[in-house]
Design a protein around this ligand. Sequence first.
Ligand code: 5HM
Length: 340
Amino acid sequence: MLTAPTFPSVQGAYVALLQLATKEPEYQIDARGNAAREVLGVSFRLPDPRQRLPYLAQRKANPVFQFAEALWYLAGRRDLEMIGYYAPSMRASSANGVHLGGSAYGYTLFHPADGDQSPFDLVSELLVNEPDSKRGYLPVFSASELTDRSNADVACLAGLHLLPRDGRLHMVCNMRANDLDCGLLSDVFSFTMIQEYAAIQLGLRLGTYTHTIGSAHVNDHNTDRVGRVLEEAAAGPAVSFVFPAMPEDTTAATLEHLLIHEEAMRTNELRYTASHIQNRLDLHPYWQQVVMLFELYRQIQHDQVEAVDQELLQALDPGLRWLMVRKWPACAAAVDGSAL
Ligand code: 5HM
């Protein structure tokens, strides 16, 4: 079979690639001081790209960051102010302390560079007029990023290819490089969110997601954690949850509305209860879940609570709650032992 191997969720692909790179590496590399084991030219396919979260106790996915990053991309932003709050480590990649460079993929894709149309708008227009087109490509990496040899933030995403076929929107993602343990999970989460958003804007059903990587590697300093993940995976799947569909009425205005609430919580101007989010915000229950995640994170970051609001935690979808309880001690402290 020459097409990419398929997996029912990102978790299987992640584990299979960790296994390959650590047990059967093709190369040992040392680029920019990062010793790593590497395999070249790998790919996988997710027939259901919504299954974009792993449920592994040894690899604590952070759904707050995942949604924040996806929204930051979809809103075409590059500011550290927003993304640095959710991922302080990303501050180190910024050259000026204000913006991110190559890794601000949303800025490249959704920000109107010249004139008033973004690359995403141009590709969408093309695909509406010619769905069978092979030109719906959104390039991200640019060789001009290599002009400055000290550039710490060169895009790892080469580009996203949108392919409407038989009423469904497929996406092929090309990455020049992917850190299999640290980068892959958040990349797949965000890119499949972009795919689902694009499908809705084009009036298409969600198709398959294919992820391709030039240099797939595991850094040596992550070897211990990767070993623990592989042990957990070998013991068999403990839990799995189904990730719901993005509402079909989602538009750029929905995301703008959501990001107004996001900013109010990030800057600690407003605090929300579960019932306020459910009854007063005029958001679809899918997006209400995201506001709940941001409010829980506000309580952890700003109020520095020992235990988050129980009612809010209980109002989360079971899969998101499972992840939050494992990721944040203040969430674990808000549930009794049986819910762990
Ligand atoms: O030396 P280089 O620019 O390739 O280092 C970037 C590192 O971040 C690589 O290990 C790359 O695979 C990882 N990375 C990732 O996996 C970086 C970004 C941000 O652009 C990303 N995924 N989205």
